[in-house]
Design a protein around this ligand. Structure first.
Ligand SMILES: NC(=O)c1ccc[n+]([C@@H]2O[C@H](COP(=O)([O-])OP(=O)(O)OC[C@H]3O[C@@H](n4cnc5c(N)ncnc54)[C@H](O)[C@@H]3O)[C@@H](O)[C@H]2O)c1
Length: 367
């Protein structure tokens, strides 16, 4: 069957989307409804103030398909799971800095909560596939040995860092690369990947791991004390006339993928036959430096000032995705370029003043 037709096999199916009210979860549930599926969004709805869920993410918390609850709640998960044909496990303490500050909270949701879901999934006799949402943070800075090039002697970590800083050889991460997480967050995702394979592989339930690269796009809004989500940060600060902080000079490399493309890839990963028990990068295959993102945002807010700030702990120099496996398995590639995605985001932000959080406005007016 053609891949576009495969998506329509989701019609009439019940899909548990954990974290289903969050940025990515709400986009996935929207797309599932368009396809005629019944998404069940199990979500604590506490990663943002209520108005963000209601007004920006368009989540109706009174909808019977939205279940305000915690994935650590075994009784609740055991009650929901038997009704489900598929699971997309996207709930997480999804902020790198928050995981570093509160490792036990990260362990609670990203590890214990994941195990509660895996136990319930393993006991299901209805489930067709479990999709574990992982992150490119599992690669950390990758393996320097892989990136030595004729022009750059990158056989040492220092050599690698210099190569990246000079912008010559941004590393490309392929799925078979060794995992070297640099943060509590990345480590919890690496554990989740392996544990999904162990728990579900043992009982023969199909699973797919999707490693998202850096997700952006409207209606993403920033969290306090976070350094994740650079497009949203830069655009919000530029809109207020604040300088853009280039941590470490902004030489870090990211592969920025729009949330619309993320939702599409995830649904394809749920139904593609060859995604069975696979781990897939979900990125664009394009390397973009943080400074380049700042330049794009400044293009929409002329006069914006840049400020060099230190690298925060756990922030990898990063890299970009090898997309060969993704393109083959999903028969698809992302369609939104970073230039178009930033332009869309800025336009949305200018029309959506509530997307700039009060705490950032207050810090701007206190200057
Ligand atoms: N945004 C990115 O750049 C990115 C990149 C790679 C991977 N991911 C992963 O994608 C997934 C979704 O991220 P997002 O950007 O939509 O983040 P988000 O914070 O917008 O959404 C996550 C949702 O999960 C919920 N949640 C947290 N703990 C929970 C728990 N114990 N039980 C139930 N719900 C809980 C939160 O309330 C939140 O609404 C996460 O697993 C994240 O790690 C995101």
């Amino acid at each position: 069957m053609h891949h576009d037709d495969l998506l329509h096999t989701l019609a009439g199916k019940t899909v548990l989307v954990t974290g289903g009210a969050g940025l990515i979860g709400s986009r996935i549930t929207l797309r599932l409804r368009q396809l005629g599926a019944t998404p069940i969004a199990l979500c604590t709805l506490d990663a943002y103030p209520p108005h963000v869920y209601r007004d920006l993410f368009d989540v109706d918390a009174t909808d019977p398909d939205v279940i305000p609850g915690d994935i650590k709640d075994t009784a609740l998960v055991n009650w929901i799971m038997p009704r489900c044909d598929y699971v997309i496990h996207a709930a997480a303490l999804a902020d790198v800095a928050a995981c570093t500050r509160r490792p036990r909270s990260a362990i609670g949701t990203n590890i214990t909560g994941t195990q509660v879901l895996l136990d319930a999934a393993a006991a299901s006799n209805r489930l067709q596939r479990f999709c574990f949402v992982s992150s490119a943070s599992v690669y950390g800075n990758g393996n320097p040995e892989d990136w030595a090039s004729p022009t750059v002697e990158a056989r040492t970590v220092r050599g690698l860092l210099e190569a990246i800083y000079e912008g010559r050889t941004p590393p490309q991460f392929a799925e078979y690369a060794p995992l070297k997480p640099l943060s509590v967050y990345g480590n919890s995702k690496a554990w989740g990947e392996t544990q999904t394979a162990l728990s579900l592989g043992a009982v023969g339930i199909s699973y797919t791991v999707v490693r998202y690269f850096s997700v952006y796009g409207e209606p993403q809004t920033i969290k306090p004390n976070s350094h994740s989500w650079v497009v949203a940060w830069f655009a919000a600060r530029a809109a207020l006339g604040l300088p853009l902080h280039l941590n470490g000079g902004g030489r870090q490399i990211r592969d920025l993928i729009h949330v619309d493309d993320i939702a599409e890839a995830t649904l394809r990963a749920l139904v593609a036959p060859v995604a069975h028990n696979q781990t897939l990068n979900v990125g664009t295959g394009t390397a973009t430096s943080i400074r380049a993102v700042a330049e794009l945002v400044r293009g929409h807010f002329p006069g914006t000032v840049f400020l060099e700030t230190p690298m925060p702990p756990g922030d990898p120099l990063g890299g970009y995705a090898s997309t060969r496996l993704m393109e083959h398995v999903l028969d698809w590639r992302p369609s939104i370029t970073i230039e178009d995605g930033v332009a869309r985001y800025v336009e949305w932000l200018k029309n959506t003043p509530a997307a700039v959080p009060d705490w950032l406005e207050e810090s701007a007016s206190a200057r």
